[in-house]
Ligand binder design. Structure first.
Ligand SMILES: [Zn+2]
Length: 328
C-alpha cells in the first residue's frame, strides 16, 4: 500500500510524464494497472523501471523491459537514490541493535536526512552527469559507428533485435502447448497401465462365479447379497476381496476414459506403446520438465533461506554465533 500511496502523491504533484524507479517495478507495474490508480497511470504515461543496481538481479526478459540502460531517455540515471540513503543508515545498525528502545529512537532521529547543501548541489549533479554523458558519446561514437557499419545495422534495426530477443524470451516462459499435451497424454497412459497392472495382480480366487466376464476384463456378474464361491468360514475375506477388485476395476475404467479423452482431443488414432518413438520422445520431455521444475523449486528454497539468514543475522551487529546456530 505504501508504494501505491507514494505513486498517488507523485501523480498528483507532477503533472508530467514520470519515470518511477522501484526494486520490483516489474511486478508493481501490474499491481498499479489493476489498482484504482490504473487510469491515472495510463493517462499520465507513468513508466515503471527497476533500479540499475537491482535490475541485474532480475532476468533478462525483465531487464529488456524495465532496466534503465535499455530505456531510451533514462540517460545515466540509475534510480537508486533511496539505496544511497539506506546505505548511509547502515552505520546506525551497530549502535542501535543492542540499545534500549529510547536510546535507539533518539539515535535514529539523527538518521541522515538529506542536508540542505545536497539540494543545492543538484545543479552540480546534473552538469556532472551531462558532462560524463557527452564524454562517453564522444569516446564511443566511432566504435559504435564502426560496429553498425560492419554488421549493416542502424538504430531501428538494433531496437528490432531487442524486440525479437524480448519476444523470444517471453515465448520460453511457458512450455509449448503441444509439449504439455504430450506430457499429459503420457501421464494418463502411465496411470492407465499402472491401474491395469494393479487389477491383474489383485487376487481373484473368490471371483469364480462369472469367469467369462472377469477374463474379458468386465466386472463379475454377481447377484446382490450373495458372495461367489467363498470358501466356508471365510465370507468376510471374500467380501473384502470382491470390494477391492471392484474399486480397482473402477479405477481402470476412469483411467481409460481419461486416456480416450486426451486421445480424442489430440487426434491420436493409434494408442502409444512403450517402444514407440513418440512415447520415448514424450518421456524424455516429461523428465526434463520434472527436472526443471525441481530446479526452480530448489532455487526458490535457496532464495527463501538466504532471506531468512539475512533477517536473522543482521550485518555489523556482532552476532556471529547466530549464523553458526542456523547453519548447524
Ligand atoms: Zn523483474
Amino acid at each position: 500500500k505504501y508504494p501505491l500511496a507514494i505513486t498517488d502523491t507523485v501523480l498528483r504533484k507532477c503533472k508530467c510524464r514520470v519515470c518511477l524507479g522501484y526494486d520490483i517495478a516489474c511486478a508493481f507495474c501490474a499491481t498499479l494497472r489493476n489498482s484504482s490508480l490504473g487510469q491515472a497511470v495510463k493517462e499520465q504515461g507513468l513508466r515503471c523501471l527497476v533500479g540499475a543496481f537491482h535490475g541485474y538481479a532480475h532476468n533478462r526478459a525483465c531487464q529488456l523491459e524495465f532496466h534503465p540502460r535499455n530505456i531510451e531517455g533514462c540517460g545515466y540515471e540509475d534510480f537508486e537514490g533511496c539505496e544511497r540513503v539506506f546505505s548511509a543508515s547502515n552505520h546506525l545498525a551497530p549502535s542501535t541493535r543492542h540499545a534500549s528502545h529510547t536510546i535507539g529512537w533518539r539515535r535514529s532521529t539523527h538518521f541522515p536526512r538529506t542536508p540542505p547543501h545536497d539540494f543545492c548541489a543538484s545543479g552540480d549533479f546534473l552538469i556532472t552527469k551531462h558532462t560524463a554523458a557527452v564524454k562517453t558519446i564522444r569516446k564511443n561514437h566511432r566504435i559504435v559507428a564502426y560496429g553498425l557499419q560492419k554488421y549493416q545495422l542502424d538504430g531501428d534495426a538494433l531496437l528490432e533485435l531487442q524486440g525479437q530477443e524480448y519476444r523470444y524470451l517471453k515465448s520460453l516462459k511457458k512450455r509449448p502447448q503441444s509439449e504439455l499435451d504430450q506430457i499429459e497424454y503420457l501421464k494418463a497412459l502411465n496411470e492407465f497401465w499402472l491401474a491395469e497392472h494393479e487389477l491383474q495382480a489383485t487376487p481373484r480366487e473368490f471371483l469364480r462365479v462369472d469367469t467369462a466376464n472377469i477374463s474379458s476384463g468386465k466386472p463379475p456378474n454377481i447377484p446382490s447379497g450373495k458372495l461367489p464361491n467363498a470358501p466356508s468360514g471365510k465370507p468376510r475375506k471374500a467380501k473384502k476381496t470382491l470390494s477391492t477388485w471392484e474399486q480397482i476395476y473402477a479405477k481402470v475404467q476412469r483411467a481409460e476414459k481419461k486416456v480416450e479423452a486426451v486421445e480424442a482431443r489430440l487426434s491420436i488414432e493409434q494408442r502409444w506403446a512403450e517402444n514407440d518413438e513418440a512415447y520415448q520422445e514424450a518421456l524424455k520431455k516429461s523428465r526434463e520438465h520434472a527436472y526443471r521444475k525441481a530446479l526452480d523449486n530448489l532455487e526458490r528454497l535457496m532464495v527463501q533461506r538466504l532471506f531468512e539468514l539475512e533477517k536473522s543475522t543482521m550485518r555489523a551487529t556482532g552476532m556471529p554465533h547466530a549464523l553458526s546456530q542456523i547453519l548447524s
